[in-house]
Design a protein around this ligand. Structure first.
Ligand SMILES: *Cc1c(COP(=O)(O)O)cnc(C)c1O
Length: 362
């Protein structure tokens, strides 16, 4: 038998290994609040559509995603603004869609600018695409520093990633801030507006990414069915862009990527949007309750526009996350920086508030 294996590309060999989530002690009610999932199970109408679709999985999915694309285009269109199907592209989750965007625009050694701390997938998809990560620090109040991001753009920059609301800090940039930012970015640089949590935003001067995508052909809007729509396990994300850009991204995408069951679930979910939005409203009420209580306790948690809150716990991070686990709360620690906790069902949020009070006195 040979003893060596073919060499893995160094950009891939140096990637961090996936760390599976820790287990909860037996007998303790567990709440998984580590991945920003929707705590509600799928709607009965969506489960029915999924069940029916299961009977036809011997067939390939529709390669053009026709029904899903048309349903989404209709859903995104308003009387003032039509979003045509040719402006859409899909991926198996928006992380995969982001990978397709980078494959479309990034050559070996090109730079991808993004905020940091931000979504963990950014440096990984950048490396896999052969690009070079350029991380721009958040401001001390956990917000994107758009001025510093403009300054980080060089001749080698092909893509800038704007995560809003930012994962894991929850802060969102405003429409006027992004508008000013776009005027300062060269028009041959792609700006990805990652709006994984857009449905949870309730603020003045909220970003209208679709309006900016109409105005700036270099803007690519990235969204997902994983969070507000509760389809994380089915893996569907999408892109809204200029038709030429969207065509390039579709060309770089995995053929038959989004599976047949997922496509059907998306159509059923868009049909049930009102019911799903009511759940989002309930989660936002919980977010307000949790955030207000945390501030009253004295925690310096940034205002969240997403379905999670950020505890800047610094060097105590791992100790506090381990303590949370003993009480059944699986949170997401970022060693030495802070803890991200998803807003879950009210019982999970109550456990969090108990823990947060204890953490202050420990
Ligand atoms: C969760 C998340 C996504 C979505 O991931 P999917 O692959 O669509 O499940 C994208 N961007 C950010 C910032 C996220 O937090």
């Amino acid at each position: 038998m040979r003893v060596t294996t073919p060499k893995i590309r160094s950009a891939v060999a140096s990637l961090p290994a996936y760390v599976p989530g820790a287990r909860i002690p037996d007998g303790v009610q567990a709440f998984k609040v580590s991945s920003n999932e929707n705590p509600y199970p799928p709607l009965p109408s969506v489960v029915d559509a999924i069940t029916e679709a299961a009977l036809t999985v011997n067939r390939y999915p529709d390669m053009g995603n026709t029904e899903m694309t048309d349903a989404l285009a209709a859903f995104l269109s308003t009387p003032e603004r039509e979003v045509s199907a040719e402006r859409l592209a899909f991926g198996t989750g928006s992380v995969a869609a982001l990978g397709h965007i980078l494959s479309t625009f990034v050559d070996e050694g090109d730079e991808v600018v993004f905020p940091w701390r931000s979504f963990e997938a950014y440096p990984i998809v950048t490396s896999v695409a052969g690009g070079k990560s350029v991380r721009v620090r958040l401001t001390p109040d956990h917000r994107l520093d758009l001025d510093a991001m403009v300054e980080a753009v060089t001749d080698r920059t092909r893509v800038v990633l704007v995560c809003t609301p930012n994962n894991p800090t929850g802060t969102a940039v405003s429409h006027s801030q992004v508008l000013r930012f776009l005027h300062r970015i060269p028009d041959d640089v792609i700006v990805v507006l990652d709006e994984a949590y857009v449905e949870f935003v309730r603020k003045d001067d909220a970003l209208d990414a679709l309006a900016l995508a109409d105005q700036f052909p270099n803007v690519v809007v990235l969204r997902t069915f994983s969070k507000a729509y509760g389809l994380a396990g089915l893996r569907v994300g999408y892109v809204i862009a200029h038709p030429d850009i969207a065509a390039g991204i579709r060309a770089a995408s995995t053929p038959f990527g989004v599976n047949l069951v997922a496509q059907v679930a998306v159509v059923a979910s868009l049909r049930a949007a009102d019911e799903l939005n009511a759940r989002v409203d309930a989660l936002i009420d919980e977010r307000t309750r949790v955030w207000t209580a945390l501030r009253e306790l004295g925690w310096d948690v940034p205002p969240s526009q997403a379905n999670f809150v950020w505890f800047p716990t610094g060097t105590r991070t791992e100790e506090l996350a381990a303590h949370a686990r003993t009480r059944g709360l699986l949170v997401r620690p970022f060693a030495g920086e802070g803890i991200r906790v998803t807003i879950g069902e009210p019982e999970a949020n109550d456990v969090l508030l108990e823990l947060a009070a204890e953490w202050l006195t420990q």
